[in-house]
Design a protein around this ligand. Structure first.
Ligand SMILES: [Zn+2]
Length: 341
């Protein structure tokens, strides 16, 4: 397992110091699973951590409640239902979570699961294991229903956008599930890795201990060595390939880790994130399910505020590399023991 890194430095004449020469330094890293490049820069508030404008955010989100399609007074009227043959009740409920079809067909089967119609305003600080667990349980039930109904839709994922910087168009917090006949680029890449690659990756991170955050039992958490964006965290679930295979206990275990990650993100000063849980079908590429594992990735996005800087620029959008200024090892230090159970 290669954790490849190179130091790169350059000289400029600094206007703040009478044009004296200063050396600037970055560290180039490559992700051991995907090969994706990452440039770790000295801490520059420009890149990631604008102070959160919680006051503005709360008033923006609250204003949108008047016409929100996911709030209790409208959700049953304006959101679609699944055909009876697929999901008999039309929508799925788990605790406070409510799941229905996505109006935007991002995949052959595409779901939206609202954490709770009653919680239009749900900051990351209030993401509890129960709320996240019920939401994930609804997505797992959806995945099970649609893959049972249509075996061609074998590429399953559970995802989240939270607030507009992450790509969310509805401010009311929710997740999105998909089941599709074709993999995403990342699902294809993960399915082509040797069967034991994910477990080897975790074993290597656990051995160095520098970015390893702990295990909740059957789920290991690490900070990404070469993050694809601010504060990328990863969870690896052993002996499973796809979300529809998650039993009740593992849903609760994974959800408690996700809730820990989300409240940690809030503590770091972030309010917007993306998440993806990547399923690969049992018969993809490698036919041996032994030692297979499933990957979850989470990443912070810029804080929403007027004229905020996107965390995605030419490097991320068009070159497929990332530039971040929050170093993975610093995030691991700040996470401490919170992921250990
Ligand atoms: Zn709402």
């Amino acid at each position: 397992m290669d954790f490849e890194r190179r130091s790169v430095s350059m000289e400029i004449l600094d206007p703040a110091r009478g044009f004296q020469p200063v050396r600037l330094q970055l560290e180039q890293r490559w992700d051991p699973l995907t090969g994706q490049g990452c440039r770790l820069l000295p801490l520059l508030p420009l890149l990631n951590l604008f102070p959160p404008a919680e006051g503005d955010l709360t008033s923006m989100v609250t204003r949108a409640a008047g016409s929100c399609p996911f709030c209790p007074e409208r959700v049953e009227v304006v959101t679609p239902r699944f055909p009876e043959a697929m999901i008999a009740a039309g929508r799925l409920r788990r605790g406070e979570a409510l799941l229905f079809p996505n109006l935007h067909p991002y995949a052959r089967y595409s779901s939206v699961a609202v954490f709770s119609p009653r919680r239009h305003l749900l900051p990351l600080t209030e993401m509890t294991p129960q709320l996240v667990g019920d939401n994930l349980a609804a997505q797992v039930a959806f995945a099970r229903a649609v893959t049972g109904h249509d075996p061609e839709a074998r590429w399953v994922s559970v995802n989240a956008n939270h607030l507009p910087p992450s790509g969310s168009s509805v401010l009311h917090p929710h997740t999105q599930g998909t089941a599709h006949p074709f993999p995403t680029t990342m699902q294809r890449l993960l399915s082509e890795l040797p069967a034991d690659r994910l477990t080897d990756y975790i074993a290597a991170e656990r051995a160095t201990g520098r970015r390893y955050l702990g295990s909740t039992g059957t789920v290991d958490w690490v900070v990404s060595f070469a993050p694809s964006g601010p504060a990328e965290l990863r969870a690896v679930l052993s002996d499973i390939r796809s979300p529809e295979q998650l039993g009740e206990e593992r849903v609760a275990e994974l959800a408690s880790g996700i809730a820990t990650a989300l409240t940690f993100y809030a503590e770091l000063g972030f309010s917007s994130y993306n998440m993806a849980l990547y399923g690969t079908p049992s018969d993809a590429a490698d036919s041996d399910p032994e030692g297979r594992a499933m990957l979850l990735r989470m990443v912070c996005r810029s804080n929403p505020r007027p004229w905020y800087r996107s965390d995605v620029m030419w490097l991320e959008r068009l070159h497929g590399d990332a530039a971040v200024d929050i170093w993975p090892e610093e995030i691991a230090d700040r996470a401490g023991d919170r992921f250990r159970r």
